[in-house]
Design a protein around this ligand. Sequence first.
Ligand code: FPP
Length: 270
Amino acid sequence: MASLENVYMALMPKRFAKAAPREQKASQASLNTTQTVDPLPLQHVAVIMDGNRRWADKRGVPRLLGHKEGVKSLKRLVRHVGALGLKYLTVYAFSSENWQRSKEEVNYLLELFATVLTDEVGELCENNVKLSFIGKLDQMPPKLRSKIERGMEKTKNNTGLALQVAINYGSRLEITEAVRRISKEVAAGALTPEQISEELISSYLYTSSLPDPEMMIRTGGEMRLSNYLLWQAAYTELYITEVLWPEFTPEEFDKSIEEFRARERRYGGD
Ligand code: FPP
């Protein structure tokens, strides 16, 4: 019987090839039409990449292969939105609830993140992408953490797309920890209760350096936020598509932008 390790190795992504010419052309076409004629109407998009395992089920292949395919989809999207000039992309890669999945799947995902970090930081640099992570990183395995830190360090001076990967992320925990730290400041006399404002709370979140996302895309059709960016998404437009994450193409992203353009954002006003 194949050992678990061999199964992981077989499913691990090889170094990804550069964008196929057709894909580059698609990005270029979007660049020409969207940037010169019609600039992007937003700067921050958050994504819930859902449906990897259903994608695998649909094809009758091992479910974990869906996650590997999901990485390809993410790479395509990063290239595409980078070419479009998007400033911030925040993706949900592993929620604090995902630890409840089987040990096999959790280990596979953690290995996959480590492999992607090893293989892809070079290309992120070539594409001027700045990589960061949000979530409770201190609970991640030390080897993965050092790869995360190295990835952030190597890309920190890049000035193009800022890519945030939410890993071991849970919004309620993020807010709880912010409240705890603010309370300590109040108890120490460094802050008064009156100084606690929405801006102050935002500044205690993992996303303190980012504007709120204007749009959140969820693939796979589920109609919920799943503990993702609950504070930050107060006025975010939700775009939910039945398309499964591995099938989410640059063209699907462009559709979400067109839908966003058509929406009227009222922020609770008339
Ligand atoms: C949800 O699909 C997806 C995940 C829990 C993992 C997402 C991770 C990736 C796409 C890989 C990204 C890699 C990096 C390095 C950021 P699901 O498993 O819940 O699918 P289902 O809804 O079909 O069960």
